[in-house]
Each structure stands twice: as C-alpha cells, then as structure tokens.
Design a protein around this ligand. Structure first.
Ligand SMILES: C[S@@+](CC[C@H](N)C(=O)[O-])C[C@H]1O[C@@H](n2cnc3c(N)ncnc32)[C@H](O)[C@@H]1O
Length: 337
C-alpha cells in the first residue's frame, strides 16, 4: 500500500482508526442504551477494535465494556464461525463485523450478512467502513469519505495488480458500441483502463470523460498517460456534473456494486444519457470468481444477479439487451429507454 496513506498517529492510535471509530461513535452514541457487538477479523482483531471503539465514546456514555467474548463450538462444529450467526440484530443491539482473517475465508454461516456495520479490516491500521445499515446512518454521512479511503489506499498498485486485464476492457468497449463522434463517459474510471479503447472508438470527433470520486485514482490515470485519451473529472456517480441527455455511451466497470442505492445510481446514469444511448456494466472477472476472491459466497439478491439487474435497470430507465456472467468476465448491456 502507498506510504502516504498510512496516515499519522493521533494519541497513539493511527489516524484512520480514529476517523472510523469517531464516526461510529457519533452515529451510535445518540442511540444509547445500546450494546455494540464486534466480531470477525483475525484472532484478537475484534477485541482490539472494540476497545478502540469504546475509547471513542464519551466516557459518560459507556455503561460497561468487555475485552473479549469467547464463543464455544457445539458438537459437530469444527471450523471458524462468527458470533453474528447466533446473535440477532435488535433495536438495542448493533452488530459490527470486521472483514478479514480466517473466519472471513472459512465461515460457514457468513455472519457479515447479519451485521448492521461492516468494516474492511484486512489491514487493521487502515480499517474502512464498507456498510452501515441505512436505519443507523444516511449513506451521505459515511459513504464518500470511507469509499475514498478504501480506493485511495489501492490506487498506486491498481494497475500492477490488475494490468493484464486491458485486452478484456478493449473487447468490452467494442461491444458497448461506441461510434465515431460519440460522447462516452467512464464512470468510476479508476486508473482509466478503459479510456484508451473508448477514445479510439469515439475518434477525434468524439469526446471521452473519465469520472471518479477518488482523486488518487485519477492521479494514477494521469501518471499512466491516460489523460491523453480523456478529460478526467473528480465526481460522484450519484451526482454527475453533466447535462441531461448529453452522453451517448456510459461505461461502468466495477462501479454498480459499490453504490449504496443502485437504482438511484443507475437513474443518474440514465439522466445524463440520451434516449437510445447505451450502458455497459463490466467487470473483467465473473461474479462467482470475484466472490471467491473476496472470500464470500454469491447471493441471488445481489444487484448484478441476473434476476435482480433487469428490474433494477428498468426502474432506472434502461432496457437490458445482453447479460453475461461467465468465469472470466461480467458484461451487461442496456439501452436508454
Ligand atoms: C473497482 S474500482 C474499478 C475502477 C475501474 N473502472 C477499473 O475497472 O479498473 C471502482 C472505482 O469506482 C470508483 N467509485 C466508486 N463509487 C463511486 C462513485 N459513487 N462515484 C464515482 N466513483 C466511484 C472508485 O473510486 C474506484 O476507482
């Protein structure tokens, strides 16, 4: 990970941990009386995080705290599991799940799904909030700052890690049907891996814009020279700085499953697209393989599942024309109604 993102130390605690625990304390403290249960992560990670979280609450609001909870397996059990598989969320009980560690890989019951707060804790000094139940906090409170923290830490190594995928992006761009003279946008463009192919397809009479809300990603795109292919703009996909119906083709790779409200996000993409314009939702790896890479099992109710995506797109103003979820890529194409 990039050195500059290790952050500084505040009172002995890395700044990122302080940011996350302060945000959670601000969201949770007004809801007291309340029990906060932290689980997941590497052995010891939950206890460490819980004590830092407790320290972020005003002392007067702390009724009691514990250093660790020991879960005992019953007969027949043997693998790692999560306490969140046996506890229920309740109005006076908030479940916080830390991603990472052996339980993330081997858990049978996937306790994360029951948690109201999910934190990526693979690097315990760089925890990032990935989900907060909307009943606890409006996404506007945490989504932008936390998503940026997540992707900023990955920007410098993004192309090193995924660089071999460039031909797959070029093929997806061809299938998206970009024509000479088109205005094409790449939303959540990251380091701009699709931008050269989009620029080649749109030609000198066309225009390509890469938009991403993580400035570090766009810095890497420029470093790789992809600012020669496109105008790069720091922008949130949920509020694009573009006029209605200004765009012919929207390319979105690895974006939709990061949106807190997929229909609202897809509707914003529809707003900027002219009638008959096209949308390509792409990923250079299929959903099942991606889930395995992330150590989770695939759910049928995820936004990109075949059963859910068509109705979501229809609600947002799109008609699906192609759906493909193979081993080595995901590609859904849609037309603006
Ligand atoms: C999984 S990465 C994919 C990057 C690039 N499209 C690729 O395929 O290499 C997701 C990117 O979307 C960006 N992103 C996520 N949510 C966004 C939003 N609401 N608005 C703009 N960018 C967003 C992130 O900053 C990140 O660069």
């Amino acid at each position: 990970m990039r050195g500059s993102h290790r952050g500084c130390i505040l009172g002995g605690v890395p700044e990122r941990i302080s940011e996350v625990t302060a945000l959670l304390a601000e969201v949770l403290a007004p809801r007291a009386p309340l029990t906060v249960i932290v689980d997941g992560g590497d052995p010891g990670a939950a206890a460490a995080f819980a004590s830092r979280l407790a320290a972020a609450f005003p002392p007067a609001s702390r009724a009691w705290s514990i250093d660790a909870v020991l879960g005992l397996t019953g007969p027949g059990a043997g693998g790692f599991d999560s306490a969140l598989n046996v506890l229920e969320p309740a109005t006076d009980q908030v479940l916080v799940y830390l991603r990472g560690g052996p339980r993330n890989r081997f858990t049978a019951g996937d306790g994360e799904r029951r948690a109201q707060v999910v934190i990526d804790n693979r690097d315990p000094e760089w925890p990032v909030i990935r989900h907060v139940h909307p009943d606890l906090a409006d996404p506007d409170r945490w989504y932008l700052s936390e998503s940026r923290a997540f992707f900023a830490a990955r920007a410098a190594n993004w192309d090193v890690k995924f660089g071999d995928d460039m031909p797959a992006y070029a093929q997806a761009v061809r299938e998206a049907g970009v024509r000479p003279g088109d205005v094409a946008i790449d939303v959540g463009c990251g380091t701009g891996r699709a931008l050269p192919a989009l620029a080649a397809a749109a030609g000198p009479a066309g225009r390509v814009i890469g938009l991403d809300f993580t400035p570090d990603m766009l810095t890497e795109a420029s470093r790789a020279g992809r600012d020669a292919a496109a105008t790069l703009v720091v922008a949130d996909a949920r509020r694009l700085p573009l006029a209605a119906a200004a765009v012919d083709v929207v390319f979105a790779a690895g974006l939709v499953n990061h949106l807190p409200d997929p229909v609202a996000g897809l509707a914003e993409l529809a707003r900027v697209t002219r009638p008959g314009g096209r949308l390509a939702i792409f990923h250079p790896i299929g959903r099942a393989a991606l889930a395995t890479r992330h150590g989770r099992t695939l759910r049928p109710d995820e936004p990109l599942s075949e059963a859910r995506l068509a109705p979501l797109l229809a609600d947002a103003g799109w008609t699906v024309t192609h759906y493909e979820d193979g081993d080595d890529r995901f590609l859904a194409l849609a037309t603006r109604a």
